[in-house]
Design a protein around this ligand. Sequence first.
Ligand SMILES: NC(=O)c1ccc[n+]([C@@H]2O[C@H](COP(=O)([O-])OP(=O)(O)OC[C@H]3O[C@@H](n4cnc5c(N)ncnc54)[C@H](OP(=O)(O)O)[C@@H]3O)[C@@H](O)[C@H]2O)c1
Length: 330
Amino acid sequence: MSFTEKIYRDEDVSMDILNGQTIAIIGYGSQGKAQANNLRDSNVKVIIGAGPKWRYPDWENAEKDGFEVMSIADAVKQADIVHILLQDPAQPAAYYESIHEHLREGQTLSFAHGFAILYGTIQPPENVDVILFVPNGPGPVVRQKYLEGSGIYGAVSVDQDYSGKAKEKALAIAKGVGSTRVGTVYLSFQKETEGDNFEEQVLYGGTIHLMRAIYEIMSENGYPKSFAYAKAIRSIRSIIDDIDEVGIEEYLTKRASRTCEFAVRTSGPRVINYDEIKKIFEETERGEFAKNWLVEFNHGMPVLNRLRRTWKDSDMEEVGKEWRAKFGMS
Ligand SMILES: NC(=O)c1ccc[n+]([C@@H]2O[C@H](COP(=O)([O-])OP(=O)(O)OC[C@H]3O[C@@H](n4cnc5c(N)ncnc54)[C@H](OP(=O)(O)O)[C@@H]3O)[C@@H](O)[C@H]2O)c1
C-alpha cells in the first residue's frame, strides 16, 4: 500500500513565480508571524497589513521584528499576493472594510483555512486567483521547524484559477514557509476546511475532555493532585511522541508494557462513542458547525466567554500552575 496522492517536496516546486512579487501578510498572530518570517528568510518580499495600532498588537509586534507595517488597505494596494491570516470569523468584516475594493485584476487572495470561502462569508471577484496554503501545526512550531532546517507537513488548494498559475503560487508559498521540505498535499477547499473542523472537534475536543475527566475522577477519589495531573496531562506527551515516531502497533507491542497493551486494546474502545463521532462528521459536512461558530462569534462569543471563565478558575488549572512551577518540563 502507498499514498495515491501526490506529495510535493522541495525538488518538485519552483519559487521563481514569486520573483518580484510582494506578499502582504494580513494579521500578525500565530500563523502571520511564523509565515511572514519564514517567507522573508526564503527571500520573498513580505509586508504586513495590520489593524489599528490602538486595538491590535500586530502592528507593534511586526515592527519589532523588522517588517514594514501598514494598514490592511495600504498593504493590499502594494501587494501581488494578499495572504489573509486573521482569525476566521473576523475575516469577512476586515475583507469588506479594507480589502475587497482595493483588489486588482490578476492579484491573488490567499488563505490558511478555507472557512470564509467554503461558507461564502467572503466572495472574491472573478478576476483574482483564490488559493490556500496551510501548515499542519501552530505558528510557533512552524517557525521553530523552519529554523531547524525542517518544516511542517502542509496542504495547498485552489478555488479560483484566473491566472492559470494559481497552484504554482500556492506551492511556492508552501516552499517558502518550509512545508515542501517535509511534504505538501493538494486537496479541495472543502476537504481542507471540513477536515480541519472535524479534527478540532473530535481529536482536540475529545483529548482535552479526556484529560479533564481523568484528572477530576482521580482527584475526587483521593489521589494526590500532582499524581492525577501527571496522569491526565504529562502521560500523553510520551505516548504521542512514540506513536508519531514508530506507529501505533510498534508502540503497543514493543514500547508499551503488556498490561498497557491489554488495557488499550480491551477498554480503550469503550471510551469512544463512534456514533457520536460520525454525527459530528455529518454535522460538519452539513455546515452546522460553521453556522454555530459564526452565530457565536457574531454575538460576541457568549458561550466561549462563559466557558473560559469557568475553566480558568477550575481546580485543574490551579493545580496545573503549581505543577509547571514545581516540575516544569521535567
Ligand atoms: N493557529 C493555528 O494553529 C492555525 C493552524 C492552521 C491554520 N490556521 C489558520 O490561520 C489563520 C490565522 O489564524 P491564527 O490562529 O494565526 O490567528 P490569530 O493568532 O488569532 O491571529 C490573528 C491576528 O489578527 C488580529 N486580528 C483579529 N481581527 C482583526 C481585524 N478585524 N483586523 C485586524 N487584525 C485583526 C488578532 O488580534 P487579536 O488577537 O487582538 O484579536 C491577531 O493578532 C486562520 O485562517 C486559521 O484558521 C491557524
